[in-house]
Design a protein around this ligand. Structure first.
Ligand code: TXA
Ligand code: MG
Length: 317
């Protein structure tokens, strides 16, 4: 059985013993283990049922600790780190040998991030190792944004879940890599592109999945609810359907029962919408509906990343 609580010392004790623990972050909840301990990392892969070719993100609480696990921080990466950490941004940097190959799936780079959550920052400060933490969902399902989501899906296999309340951003971190000093976005996420470009200028965006993706989180099977989801075109409304659910931005659709609809942000606030996205998708998935219609969001700010997740969760129509 799993225990949900807010005691950093309990979480730290499990982690020191090589166990995995659910941790809150501002983006989504993570399934954390000692990033330097291959046994703990193996447990993460096993609990998530995650293929070994999909590398993990390493979390620390300071740039000084990041410098202990990477060999170089290119200039634009340093500017982003100074501006946005702690925050919903992950940087791909060349790894030091002490990071096990298992953690990075054999890649020469390690994904690193300083998460912006007071409990997890305090936990990281109390540990003498960094934490590898993928999102705490079974591979391929929607990411968890509350401790209860983690308990519902992985409960039996995780002894402790540190409860830090609902995630304040609600989308996984934006992932950026560097080639010859030039930045490329590999996953759209909780840090808006506009904010990144304000600091380092125009960036490449390469988030399409291939057979050997650099950020395998971009595989289209990711983030999917169990019910079929149809992503509508801008301005399109679904046909009336008593057995359909809908995820809408500001206002419910006519023709769909109102108790089968979830509104992301009545005031049209994209940050509020992002915060609600995964919880609303989960709620719709558990309603007695046969299909879920989703309205696309405006392509600005966090809208880009939300549309990306909805596209990956959707079936063709
Ligand atoms: O917001 C987040 O990033 C959350 C919280 C818990 O920090 N974590 C998260 O982890 O979303 P995960 O494992 O669900 O997604 C990490 C993504 C994966 O798509 C993985 O392929 C990619 O990061 N990744 C990790 N290391 C990489 C590397 N060295 N090169 C390319 N992609 C990498
Ligand atoms: Mg994930």
């Amino acid at each position: 059985m799993t225990q949900i609580g807010a005691d950093i010392r309990v979480a730290a004790a499990y982690l020191q013993a090589g166990n995995v623990v659910g941790i809150p972050t501002e983006t989504v909840y993570g399934l954390a283990g000692n990033a330097l301990n291959p046994d703990a990392v193996l447990t993460i892969f096993r609990v998530k049922n995650r293929p070994a070719f999909d590398p993990l993100i390493v979390h620390t609480d300071s740039l000084a600790k990041v410098e202990q696990v990477v060999t170089d921080i290119p200039e634009p990466a340093r500017r982003l780190a100074e501006q946005f950490w702690p925050g919903p941004l992950t940087l791909l940097l060349p790894k030091q040998d002490q990071i096990p190959d298992l953690t990075t799936s054999g890649l020469p780079t390690v994904a690193v991030r300083i998460p912006n959550h007071p409990l997890t920052l305090a936990l990281l400060r109390s540990l003498d190792f960094p934490l590898a933490a993928p999102s705490a969902n079974p591979f391929g399902y929607i990411s968890p944004t509350t401790a209860q989501h983690v308990a519902d899906q992985l409960g039996d296999q995780v002894p402790y879940i540190l409860d830090g309340g609902p995630a304040s951003v609600g989308l996984e971190s934006t992932i950026i890599g560097f080639e010859a000093g030039k930045a490329t976005v590999f996953r759209l996420g909780g840090m808006a592109l506009e904010d990144i470009e304000r600091v380092i200028g125009p960036v490449n965006v390469r988030t399409h999945s291939t057979s050997n993706p650099k950020a395998p989180g971009m595989l289209s099977s990711h983030y999917a609810p169990r019910k079929p989801l149809i992503l509508l075109q801008p301005g399109e409304s679904p046909q009336p359907d008593a057995k359909a659910g809908a995820l809408v931005f500001r206002e419910p659709f006519g023709g769909i029962r109102s108790d089968n609809q979830r509104v992301l942000s009545p005031t049209g606030d994209l940050n509020e919408a992002a915060k609600n996205l995964f919880a609303h998708l989960r709620a719709l998935d558990s309603l007695p509906v046969d299909i879920i219609y989703a309205e696309p969001l405006p392509n600005q700010g966090l809208g880009w990343a939300m549309n990306d997740r909805l596209r990956r969760a959707s079936v063709q129509h």
